[in-house]
Design a protein around this ligand. Sequence first.
Ligand SMILES: [Zn+2]
Length: 257
Amino acid sequence: MARLEIERIPVLQDNYVWLAREADSGLVAAVDPSVAEPVLAAAQRRGWRITHILNTHHHPDHTGGNLEIKRATGAVIVGPSHDRERIPGIDVEVSDGDTYEFGKERAEVFFVPGHTRGHIAFWFKGSDALFCGDTLFLMGCGRLFEGTPEQMWKSLSRLRQLPETTNVYCGHEYTQSNARFALTVDPANRELKERAAEIDRLRAEGKATVPGTMGDERKTNPFLRADNAAVAAAVGLAGAEAVKVFAEVRRRKDVFR
Ligand SMILES: [Zn+2]
């Protein structure tokens, strides 16, 4: 099966919009279009016509381009049923366990609340691609604007079970600051230190760090390692439940500078 061709479009301060094309059908999805113009321009440069918009959650930096792209292209907007009233122009509502056919590819939908109460992720198994919005970042996770630590820990625990080869296409370039924070709660993690150094090199060269792989996330993302004894001990919670450790790591990140 042909894999999706995926293009990264940096917009606004640090957002990434993703264009994903399924070659057999020519279908093209814009994932979380913050704005319209740069996304339309990127598609045009490639000779692609946007046929779909996939939204992971309602925040304006993920949906701000919806209506203009839809007007310009007639794209079908696919988003979370739990948040239907907050997704501009939504046409197709999806929820946990649904599959969405996309040419010869298909996305499995996961309900992953925590950052917002209706957040979803799209997993294209055949392309090893996960579009996870602001739930999972490389070496980080989204802030808990509308959800609880329990919800977010459950959501992340599901995502980390995906194959190690899964490419994680998240919504922001936060990796370098996430790595700096990660080192404070997982200081003995050798793989984390090596990855942080590599990220510093990439950023010094002005390069993007996203996507990463789920395999690397499992080894180096402290928010996926709340059930690791070393992380628990580093935040003064040796032996505590994973969700308590997760909540403490998230609390520390909220005030980290
Ligand atoms: Zn968000």
